[in-house]
Design a protein around this ligand. Structure first.
Ligand code: PHE
Length: 349
């Protein structure tokens, strides 16, 4: 190769590099560098050929070759810089595995859901199963089958949201005021013995305050078998409350009226919050007792309306407000905290 041929080759390498540089991207910069400046790169091989030229020729050709080498080197640096973090080599440098990860917020179960789960778990251990009923009920299931006939004054105990729609039997549809209709729906479908727990939303036309809401949650429980008595109810509720609040809790049954049970009771638990500061405790208001649920043995009329022989079968039922339990378990004083969904508060629960 004479010096003219060498210069032509140098110039074609220069053109070839310029063309490739224009088309380059983050993914092929490293390959381009190897192609031209690598140990067997086009320019490096040409520079190696200089050894066969005379000293005078070397003095002329050498600087030409070195100038192109410097140009290519600086162009490659510029391209790497341009493609920045995207190029494979800079990714390697910028990615620091030892840095802590970006924080992300993990969701958690709402306190009402946590409470339902806790309450349900106890009953599952006692052999109960979970059933659900519809929010939109008709008067038969919400009232009549539960021994609350039309115009009976006990309907006044429930401020009901009626819909303007009637069902095929001319009964009004309404938003259920309690979970007790699930007793009827279950007994219509299943033969005794049965042990059922039914958590869910209920609706009443109540004004909102620290202990009322127009939507709230109840858990219904009922057990039908032979010879079920108040004693079974007492044992079951005592076991349930002790699981949630500890062995030292006592229960008190106060006679009360619910048309679908006979006898009926309101059940209080001893206040686990005041201990010896009785008289000043804000939770039990100094009484030492907290009302937690309504209960009783199922009225024979209710069993009959579901097609059960009330001489053969008997049962108990209870209904508990979930918010009340959530407030006791989490130490919440105002029920509205459970619905406002302020994450700053919910995150603490
Ligand atoms: N359904 C009643 C209520 O909402 C509670 C209850 C259920 C009472 C079962 C007795 C038996 O007030």
């Amino acid at each position: 190769m004479n010096s003219t041929e060498w210069k032509e080759k140098l110039s074609s390498i220069k053109d070839g590099f310029s063309n490739s540089a224009i088309k380059s991207n983050a993914g092929n910069i490293d390959a381009l560098e190897t192609e031209y400046l690598g140990r067997k790169g086009l320019l490096m091989l040409l520079l190696r050929d200089l050894k066969d030229f005379s000293l005078e020729e070397k003095k002329i050709l050498g600087p030409l070759g070195n100038t192109l080498k410097a140009e290519i080197t600086s162009k490659l640096a510029e391209l790497k810089n341009k493609f920045g973090a995207g190029s494979a080599s800079s990714l390697k440098n910028d990615f620091d595995l030892t840095l802590p990860a970006f924080p992300y917020s993990k969701g958690s179960l709402h306190p009402i859901t946590q409470t339902i789960n806790k309450m349900t778990e106890v009953f599952l251990k006692l052999g109960f199963s979970v059933a659900e009923g519809p929010f939109l009920e008709n008067e038969y299931y919400n009232f009549e089958a539960l021994n609350i006939p039309e115009d009976h004054s006990s309907r006044d105990m429930h401020d009901t949201f009626y819909s303007a729609i009637k069902d095929s039997k001319n009964k009004d549809w309404l938003l259920r005021t309690h979970t007790s209709p699930v007793q009827i729906r279950t007994m219509e479908k299943q033969e005794p013995p049965l042990r059922i727990i039914s958590p869910g939303r209920v609706f009443r036309r109540d004004a909102i305050d620290a202990s009322h809401s127009f939507v709230f949650y109840q858990i219904e429980g009922f057990y039908v078998d032979k010879n079920v008595s108040m004693a079974d109810l007492k044992w079951t509720l005592e076991t349930f409350i002790k699981e949630l609040f500890g062995e030292n809790v006592k229960l008190r049954f106060r006679p009360s009226y619910f048309p679908f049970v006979e006898p009926g009771a309101e059940v209080d638990m001893s206040c686990v919050f005041c201990n010896d500061k009785k008289g000043k405790c804000p939770v039990c208001k100094g009484t030492g007792w907290i009302e937690v649920l309504g209960a009783g043995t199922i009225h024979p009329k209710v069993l009959k309306s579901c097609g059960y022989d009330s001489d053969k079968w008997s049962g108990f039922a209870f209904g508990a407000g979930v918010e009340r339990f959530a407030m006791l378990l989490f130490g919440i004083k105002d029920m509205r905290v459970l619905y406002e969904n302020d994450l700053r508060i919910l995150k603490q629960l």
